[in-house]
Design a binder for this molecule. Sequence first.
Ligand SMILES: CC(C)(COP(=O)(O)OP(=O)(O)OC[C@H]1O[C@@H](n2cnc3c(N)ncnc32)[C@H](O)[C@@H]1OP(=O)(O)O)[C@@H](O)C(=O)NCCC(=O)NCCS
Length: 432
Amino acid sequence: MAPSHTSTLPLDAESSAALARTGLEYALVDADGDGFPSFLTSVTRGFLGEEPTPEQIETARTALRTRRLTGVFDRAGEQPDAPVATIDSWVSELTVSPGRTTPLWSISAVTVAPTHRRRGIATAMLTGELRTAAAAGYALAGLTVTEATIYGRWGFSPAAWASSVAVDTRRARWTGPTAPGRLDFVPRESLPERLSAVHERLRVRRPGAVPGWDSRWRGIAGLIPEAPDAKKVRAVAYRDPAGVERGILVYTIAEREEYTAHELQVRALFADGDEALAALWRFALEHDLVGKVTAELQPAVPPVQWMVSDRRAVTATLTDHHWLRVLDVPGALASRSYAGELDLVFGIDDALGFAHGSWRVRIDAAGDASVAREETEPDVRMPVGSLASLLLGGVRATELAAAGLVQGAAEHLGAIDGAFAPAAAPLLDIWY
Ligand SMILES: CC(C)(COP(=O)(O)OP(=O)(O)OC[C@H]1O[C@@H](n2cnc3c(N)ncnc32)[C@H](O)[C@@H]1OP(=O)(O)O)[C@@H](O)C(=O)NCCC(=O)NCCS
């Protein structure tokens, strides 16, 4: 059983040595210690943000207390105690198929100071995280990315996608269902609890999802210190006819020159059920003085397309969102349930070694997988990133094969397509 607290696991010796060879020190940072303000200052600089205020530092300390914080220090520099690179990680839970979750080594706050870029620091930090996670028994690592060009080299690959949606409300007459429940404005202060309650019910049904956490919800609610637009944040909750709260919409309205065509910007729209979904989208689209509704992190084919008179009033721009890295092939593949039987040998190429080799993947009639090492010639070959992309069923083997990212006979690729078909399209609806 993998440990759930990771901050006490030792630093990876290989990365410590690699960094030491270039005069740098790899060290854990205590969220409650004196080094935390410099750690956070380096993180915000890496993401081009402002220097954090004392209040923001204390808020972040609370939020990051459960994480493993690691810094890289250049002790010969002008600020020897301020890290020149940062990374943090924690244990989360990935939904792999409806109702089934598996531990996920989650990574964030990856920054390298521009003064120290392209010297292999990110490589040392990322490979260090992966070795630490694998040694502790985690089958999967994950992250969300600012650029799609960085993480493939370490075996990460997109496994869940999300759309940015924009709706021209003047073309989008509501044709969807009429929800029987009611909508009410709810106070901002109540949102962290409300968002968490609805999201906890949703995320276990949706492959690709992970749980949120208090400061994520506080951020959406505009309740973190100096949050921009905080006072413009509004929220409505949907209750079903039995009085159970089933959905929540958090939004701001950005004013545009034309006073009847402002933009309603969705900060969160979480719906537990079709009625709540319809009620909240209808509220957004029919809001007076609004000409456009925008929402991030929506399903690849957003359901609102089917709820309006003119489907082309809805545009959805797809992007990769949740990147996964397979560290343990049997552990990762056995975590989910499948749509069909399979018996094939997968040959995985993994330059970092974790998943490398041939694996017999057997999926039984109940949809459960068992995987074991095998010495025979593989039926299909792929780089480790392709395995991560196939895992949740968000892309098919035949599609990856067309790009040369999986190789095998058409019948084998078709069999994988059938078995890996997801019960629901993978989606990650938050950033982490
Ligand atoms: C992205 C970042 C962490 C890379 O750090 P780094 O220490 O310069 O990376 P490394 O020296 O280990 O480089 C590793 C490889 O990645 C490549 N690489 C690094 N950053 C890249 C980028 N932004 N785009 C494309 N390639 C990149 C390097 O060229 C190098 O390639 P190679 O293995 O073929 O030689 C750093 O540029 C950064 O802090 N950026 C701003 C914050 C950010 O975007 N963080 C990522 C959040 S998801």
